[in-house]
Design a protein around this ligand. Structure first.
Ligand code: BGC
Length: 772
């Protein structure tokens, strides 16, 4: 854990340049707008360690699966979000000396991510060996309004004597994915075009033929005036287009160089229209100008924040962290396009390949449900609905039949593309999270039509999978689930993972209930579905109910806890705090063999189940399990601390909840597991939001009814949050003595605070004494 960035309510600030931490900062300061994203690489040349990263949502490469020992059923490829042509390059030379922060003396370096207005800013003084000295200030944003546009303002002020300046904007197609097999280049450059003050570079992916046009135009101002009298050389390399602008700067001269870039691609336009569309974008951006474009972008961020900001008074560390989490979530996905999803690193790094994981349903879904129009959460559900046939094919490949579906562990287009056997074949609990999100949506929004129109079809296919995946043990006379990996990936190929069996059992029961519901409510739709899915109501339902009523769950009756899996108690049970700091994180210090045999838990496993199904258990059961498992948990998945914080709150462990909240929300900012250089943990950021809303705020929704049970951490003076519920928006403000709930929407709303019911008309609020 480090404490590197300055604490500030709205900004992430790096003061002084650390070359050692640069890769990590490139991740933390990344920008994105759901459509494309950009690591915080420098515009100018940098010869030090860097991961140049420009990514476009949905544009990936199916890289051949490379494993030591092939196992039947492996997917053919592992998808990689393509590292796309870079649009940010601005090469600078002063009297022939290259501006390269790795080589020259840098003073007063400051890099700021302004989360309120959605931009990245950097300033520094560069002292060249040839005696020249300049002040540089850059500002970059990816428009939240015109999502195909990225803009840079690059300011240079001459702090010394006159010199000649070369400033060269470029589009660079010579890019490579960090983890590409055999370090292969994954793009061809079929075409490139330099025209006056514009450049267009076309890149075609070597597989799947995605084509991307990356284009730029620019404008130069000198001492506040537009400056047109400069010479430009247009240079064309094999994969790079660069325009070289030469000009002389006298003492105190300042130039502002504006670079307007755009990205268009074949997922959105016909191939023949890419250039035309890019040209329209460039002209639009150029004519509007940097400041106006930024103004609109900033206003859009203000609108976003108005619906989902969380204000914490008295704890700037927590305030900064939660905004950092919300900011990155919104940059990664805003729900405009049901073909897109969130990947664990978003646009901030390449680990995990850029595909969608169970993280979306288990962690991110509630965030979008609570902060956006229902259509956004619905798009996330439709993403899986649209992949149902692929999930059925995926299950067939593994030997399942009759319409059983196994959703992939990682996917871009519905196909499985994860290829570690213990996860691909065994971490099947992901199917449960996808069903749970359907439940969550219907429970939260009351939109049961979704179940009839789409949800039930998915549920049936998932239930079919579980019915085949359980097997009857003659020995136990119960249904068992063999050879699985639970959420705790520090155990593989275990039998009867409590969480997996629990969520599987729940899916069978829930699907049975939804069948009854759809059959009664919309008999016509039900009939169509029966025929579409070949559903044999009496025998399938009877089978599901027989299995669900007789599932084997490992338990330790003496301690009164559910067992993570068979044999868990044979382990040497130790607390994580007995580990020496030098051994942590254990996944970077221990052999895999040692990890597998140890009791240490990567992330919530039994507790993941108790989080989802909290209402089925009494407080003592929750407490016994929490007290047993949490001390053995090393939280080496970023998904871990948030869930523990929510549960800790339910149990009244507010201090523990607070610690876990900070760990979750500052996981990247304080680089808890030395992984920030690989990218930020975007999907787990939604967990931090959950800690405020469901943890400290104690929000629960049961049968479409809202319950609030707020508490406040000792460290905070007050906090407030908003969320959408039933066509209205509620603001909840909590301080040391009271809770104020305000209906900020346009519809009346009923809800409970500490089990007492309230009704608010639009504009009304109510005050309740804080329960200690
Ligand atoms: C976690 C998984 C998660 C993946 C992507 C892993 O470290 O164990 O649960 O799906 O990261 O976030």
């Amino acid at each position: 854990m480090i404490d590197y960035y300055k604490h500030d309510e709205w900004c992430i600030i790096e003061e002084g340049f650390s070359k050692d931490f640069h890769l990590a900062s490139e991740s933390a300061f990344s920008l994105g707008n759901e459509y494309f994203g950009q690591r915080a690489n420098f515009e100018e040349h940098y010869s030090g360690k860097t991961l140049k990263g420009s990514y476009i949502a949905g544009i990936y490469y199916p890289d051949k699966t490379k494993v030591g020992w092939w196992k039947n059923g492996y997917p053919d490829y592992f998808a990689k979000l393509l590292n796309a042509p870079s649009w940010i390059g601005i090469y600078v030379e002063v009297d022939g000396e290259v501006l390269d922060l790795d080589k020259i003396k840098v003073e007063n370096f400051r890099r700021t991510l302004n989360m309120k207005e959605g931009y990245l800013e950097r300033e520094f003084i560069a002292n060249f060996a040839n005696g020249n000295r300049i002040f540089v200030k850059t500002k970059r944003f990816l428009s939240f309004v015109d999502r195909e546009l990225g803009m840079i303002k690059y300011q240079i002020k001459n702090l010394g004597k006159g010199f000649s300046l070369k400033i060269s904007p470029s589009i660079d197609g010579d890019v490579i994915n960090e983890a590409a097999n055999w370090e292969k280049h994954l793009w061809d450059i079929p075409n490139k075009l330099n025209v006056e003050n514009q450049a267009y570079l076309f890149a075609m992916s070597k597989k799947l033929n995605f084509e991307v046009c990356t284009a730029m135009t620019y404008d130069l101002h000198k001492n506040g005036e537009q400056f047109v009298e400069f010479d430009t050389d247009q240079i064309e390399f094999e994969k790079l287009l660069q325009h070289e602008i030469m000009l002389d700067l006298d003492e105190n001269d300042t130039i502002n160089f504006f670079k307007y870039s755009t990205v268009t691609h074949t997922e959105n336009y016909p191939r023949t229209k890419l250039q035309e569309k890019a040209n329209v974008n460039l002209l639009y951006a150029f004519n509007k100008g940097f400041d106006k474009l930024f103004e609109e972008h900033k206003n859009e961020w203000a609108r976003k924040w108005a619906s989902c900001d969380i204000v914490i008074d008295g704890d700037i560390t927590a305030q900064q962290a939660i905004r950092f989490n919300i900011f990155h979530l919104l940059q990664t996905y805003s729900g405009h396009d049901s073909r897109l999803n969130l990947s664990p690193k978003g646009f901030t790094g390449e680990k995990y390949g850029g595909g969608a994981y169970w993280d979306t349903e288990a962690f991110c879904f509630p965030f979008y449900l609570g902060t956006s129009y229902p259509d956004v959460a619905k798009n996330l559900l439709l993403y899986r609905y649209n992949h149902l046939s692929k999930a059925i094919e995926n299950a067939e490949k593994l030997g399942f039949t009759d319409g059983a579906a196994l959703y992939p562990m990682v996917t871009m287009n519905g196909e499985e593309c994860h290829n570690e056997w213990e996860i691909t074949f065994e971490e099947i609990h992901r199917n449960g999270a996808i069903a749970y999100a359907i439940f969550n949506y219907a429970n939260y929004t009351g939109d049961t039509e979704y179940i009839s129109d789409y949800g039930l079809e998915v549920l049936i296919a998932i239930a079919r999978f579980w019915a085949q995946r359980f097997n009857f043990s003659e020995d136990k006379k119960q249904y068992v689930m063999l050879g699985v990996t639970g959420p705790n990936e520090y155990e593989n190929n275990v039998h009867n993972n409590w969480y997996t069996s629990k969520i599987a059992q729940w899916c069978l029961i829930y699907t049975g209930k939804q069948i009854e519901f759809v059959k009664t409510k919309t008999p016509e739709k039900y009939k169509q579905l029966v025929s579409k899915t070949n559903f044999d109501e009496s025998s399938e339902l009877a089978n599901w109910s027989e299995i669900a009523s007789n599932v084997y769950f490992p338990e330790d009756k003496k301690r009164g806890v559910f067992l993570q899996q068979d044999g868990f108690l044979d382990k040497e049970l130790k607390n994580a705090n007995e580990l020496d700091e030098s051994e942590r994180p254990i996944n970077q210090h221990w052999s895999w063999d040692r990890i597998l045999r140890s009791c240490f838990i990567k992330q919530a496993d039994v507790l993941q189940g108790l989080y989802f199904f909290e209402d089925e258990y009494d407080k003592d059961t929750l407490k016994r399990n929490f007290d047993f498992y949490e001390p053995m948990t090393v939280h080496e998945s970023s998904l871990s601390p948030s869930l523990h914080a929510v549960l800790a709150n339910s149990l009244g462990y507010t201090q523990k909840a607070y610690e876990m909240f900070l760990r979750s929300s500052r996981y990247d900012l304080d680089d808890f597991n030395n992984e920030l250089h690989e990218g930020c943990h975007i999907t787990s950021m939604a967990g931090s939001w959950l800690v405020i809303i469901e943890g400290f705020g104690g929000r629960r929704v049961r049968n479409n009814k809202l319950y609030l049970n707020p508490a406040i951490p000792e460290q905070w003076k007050s906090y407030s949050f908003n969320f959408n519920f039933k066509q209205t928006i509620l603001k909840v403000a909590v301080d040391k003595s009271k809770v104020i709930v305000e209906n900020q929407g346009i519809s009346p709303i009923g809800f409970y605070v500490y089990d007492k019911d309230f009704h608010l008309e639009p504009g009304e609020n109510t005050e309740v004494k804080l329960r200690k």
